[in-house]
Design a protein around this ligand. Structure first.
Ligand SMILES: Cc1cc2nc3c(=O)[nH]c(=O)nc-3n(C[C@H](O)[C@H](O)[C@H](O)COP(=O)(O)O)c2cc1C
Length: 221
């Protein structure tokens, strides 16, 4: 519509600021890997226990992934032998180590979900990081955004383990997403009656962590 002062601008609809996870809903992102059908997040779990709370946290990440984000758990870490340069050769590569590398190679980002064992990260997870760090400078983890979250019995929720995992990932060549920090403590009390999936705060924290991690992929794509 024209007036003697020029065209009348339509009123601008004001919406409340959206959270990152909401913004990611429905977005189809072209990622570093050249895929156009979403961001792929691979998850490594630091506990092999059948009834693991951290495994359940990882499953929450899968079940609550924002639209356009594909989250999948890499199984079989318990079958990956301890890293040795003697077997890390194309001819002798143990199959589970090759599968771990391939799964992480195919992902755009990595989420580590882990408890704390004796003040640091469990050996199974450290071993996985070691395999992903080689060949030196060209490992599957190289330049990949990596976030660390988890549940532990202690009051600090495994922050030593999580900080150590971040440091190790950084040395291994990964790009640690420092702003993502979810360390859920007091596991024995907090999950005595409820499982993590029943814990609304835990579900929200993990969902936000995945959205933020996926967002960091989009930023470097
Ligand atoms: C070998 C071992 C060492 C542990 N060390 C710690 C520790 O240093 N700090 C802590 O908060 N919890 C520690 N815990 C308790 C774990 O945080 C707790 O059992 C947790 O639920 C394990 O994770 P999961 O349920 O995913 O298996 C330890 C447990 C085990 C089995």
């Amino acid at each position: 519509m024209e007036t003697d002062r020029g065209p009348v601008m339509p009123s601008i609809e004001r919406r409340p600021l959206q959270k990152l996870s909401d913004i990611l809903e429905g977005i189809i992102m072209v990622t570093k890997n050249g895929t156009s059908n979403g961001v792929k997040v691979a998850v490594l779990v630091g506990s092999l226990r059948a009834d693991s709370l951290n495994r359940e946290l990882a499953e929450i990440a899968v079940a609550n992934a924002p639209q356009g984000v594909d989250v999948s758990i890499v199984d079989g870490l318990g079958h990956v032998p301890f890293y040795s340069e003697d077997v890390d050769s194309p001819s002798g590569l143990p199959a589970p180590a090759g599968e771990l590398r391939a799964a992480v190679e195919a992902a755009d980002a990595l989420l580590l979900v882990t408890p704390e064992y004796n003040g640091t990260l469990p050996a199974v997870l450290k071993n996985a990081i070691d395999w992903l760090s080689r060949p030196f400078g060209e490992g599957a983890i190289k330049d990949k955004p990596v976030a660390v979250v988890g549940i532990a019995a202690g009051q600090y929720g495994g922050t030593w383990a999580h900080d150590d995992a971040r440091r190790s990932v950084g040395v291994a060549g990964g790009r640690v997403v420092e702003k993502i920090a979810v360390s859920i403590g007091g596991a024995y009390q907090r999950f005595a009656e409820n499982r993590p999936a029943d814990d609304a705060e835990a579900v929200t924290q993990v969902r936000e962590a995945v959205a933020s991690l996926a967002g960091s992929v989009a930023l470097v794509a």
